[in-house]
Ligand binder design. Structure first.
Ligand code: NOJ
Length: 540
């Protein structure tokens, strides 16, 4: 029944700089994560994805890699990594690494060589172009963090291309040597036993062969990031990408049961093409629809329907509620609806990815100007694009810096961390943390939630209702997306409330009609009397 671990399991993203500091330097590290494995076990997640932990000048906090096979000293050593992996595996938790193939750091030895002369054997490992006849960059492509995507290099008199910071030159994936070298990076970690990769900026790897201009975006608004001035039609998402992804997949497939996730910000119909022909591509092209949708019953029902019908045959769905690049869900939808979002994430069909801190109801933190770290905020200030507010330290208890670090944290802890921390929330049965634990524990027992079918029931009056079903287990999920009470009709068969987002012990029995409180979501069961046990254990 259970399919692969990455189908039935729940993924949890850890931003290593902010999870737990073990050596007092104010930055989280691998030993810190290892100290907190009990927490992950109690929470009930199945796999942890770590944002990059490799040697890096940290211009983009690890997404600028100077050596793909070395751990940055700020995070620890390779021995620390091996120990972490071993301890996670002994608890049955899988480890997923971030793989950043689109670019390296400008301090990577490959780039140093490449930029040293036009005839260096690694010249073609990166993307070098002559200036236009008037000395301007070769085309109009823009960097994701502002400004031109081309940087002039005095030494060799050419421009190099960087989709992100100028300190992150793009690799040339049309060069077979680059592909081979990056495949070796994957094998290095696969041999050590990692269970999979989240591939950074996967849709960027292939650019237009002729480097034609991107067309203007007619819908651009000045409050948007500069990148949005153009439609990224030529600079990414080219047809040649599918071979590249299939090759990555083949590298993984030489090892048993490894997972390939793709970070892909594209509309649904483009996103699903990354499953590849005959599912030869990414197992899970990350589905970010919940990060952008307007928060309403109809809108959410629509994106679920659109996504479900766009999936290729056999393509496994997935849902993401937050990550280190996007505003926190609790700020986007409000604290009350963050609980409904938790229930939605953990009851939709497909693999859920949960972002650290969201289980505590973390809001966007206030980061004063002098504390800003994120290069995007520095390059395009004042637009609210900065990502520091969703990357602040995890709050563990009521001690100094909420137990994150005895030193000065690299980003300030959340202002409400004395109230909103693991220790405090764990002792309150009605807390969002305990709601997450209940939902995760129930999901682990429920075939219908892990692997069952999905059927939309209705999206009226601000209430989204759907069913999940596997063999005799039948569940209804009713989510009140409004701040008002709602009375809803359900098929008669659903008589027992198993979980409510609002109260630890909901009234168990209902008949046909249910009164939902404001901002309440519930899971109801139909079916055999013996399932009643679920109701009892779920509310414990
Ligand atoms: C996507 C990552 O999630 C983001 O944090 C990073 O800045 C860019 N890719 C560049 O690697």
């Amino acid at each position: 029944m259970d399919g692969h671990w990455w189908q039935s399991g729940v993924l949890y993203q850890i931003y290593p700089r902010s999870f737990q500091d073990s050596n007092g330097d104010g930055v989280g590290d691998l030993n810190g994560i290892r100290q907190r494995l009990d927490y992950l076990t109690q929470l009930g997640i199945n796999a942890a994805w770590l944002s990059p932990i490799f040697l890096s000048p940290m211009r983009d906090f690890g997404y600028d890699i100077a050596d793909h096979c070395a751990i940055d000293p700020v995070f620890g050593t390779l021995a620390d990594f091996d120990l972490l992996l071993k301890d996670m595996h002994s608890r049955g938790i899988k480890l997923i690494l971030d793989f950043v193939p689109n670019h390296t750091s400008n301090e990577h030895p490959w780039f140093r060589e490449s930029r040293s002369s036009r005839v260096n054997p690694k010249r073609d490992w990166y993307i070098w172009r002559d200036a236009a006849s008037d000395g301007a960059p070769p085309n109009n492509w823009l960097g994701a963090f502002g400004g031109s995507a081309w940087e002039w290099d005095e030494t060799t008199g050419q421009f190099y291309y960087h989709a992100f910071l100028k300190e992150q030159p793009d690799l040339n994936w049309r060069n077979p040597e680059v592909r081979a070298a990056m495949h070796d990076v994957l094998r290095f970690w696969l041999e050590r036993g990692v269970d999979g990769f989240r591939v950074d900026a996967l849709w960027h790897l292939m650019k237009d062969e002729h480097f034609r201009d991107n067309p203007p975006n007619p819908a651009f608004r000045p409050e948007q990031a500069g990148l949005e001035r153009l439609l990224q039609l030529r600079s990414a998402d080219q047809p040649e990408i599918y071979d590249v992804v299939a090759e990555l997949r083949r590298v993984l497939d030489a090892y048993p049961d490894r997972l390939l996730i793709g970070e892909i910000y594209l509309p649904i119909e483009r996103l699903v093409t990354y499953y590849g022909k005959d599912l030869s591509g990414a197992h899970l092209p990350f589905n970010f629809q919940l990060l952008n949708t307007a928060w309403g019953a109809q809108q959410i029902a629509n994106i679920v329907a659109e996504y479900e019908s766009a999936l290729p045959p056999g393509g496994w769905p997935n849902w993401v509620l937050g990550n280190h690049d996007r505003p926190r869900i609790a700020t986007r939808v409000g604290g009350a609806q963050a609980r409904v979002a938790a229930m939605l994430l953990l009851t939709l069909r497909g693999t859920p990815t949960l972002y650290y801190g969201d289980e505590l109801g973390f809001e966007q933190a206030v980061v004063p100007p002098e504390a800003v770290q994120d290069p995007w905020e520095k390059q395009e200030p004042g637009l609210g694009l900065g990502r520091d507010p969703c990357r602040t330290p995890m709050s563990w208890d009521r001690s100094l810096n909420a137990g994150f670090s005895p030193g000065r944290p690299w980003l300030p802890p959340a202002s409400d961390c004395l109230r909103r921390n693991v220790e405090t929330l764990a002792s309150d049965p009605n807390s969002i943390l305990n709601l997450y634990r209940r939902l995760l524990a129930f999901r682990a027992r429920s075939n219908a939630l892990r692997m069952g079918d999905y059927t939309a029931v209705s999206a009226e009056n601000g209430v989204f209702i759907f069913e999940r079903r596997a063999k005799s287990e039948r569940l209804a999920i009713a989510l009140n997306l409004t701040h008002e009470p709602r009375r809803v009709n359900l098929p008669k068969a659903f008589e027992r409330i198993l979980i409510s987002t609002l109260v630890a012990k909901p009234v168990a029995s209902v008949t046909g009609e249910v009164n939902l409180r404001p901002d309440e979501g519930i899971i109801l069961a139909a079916g055999r009397e013996s399932d009643r046990r679920d109701a009892e254990t779920a509310s414990q």
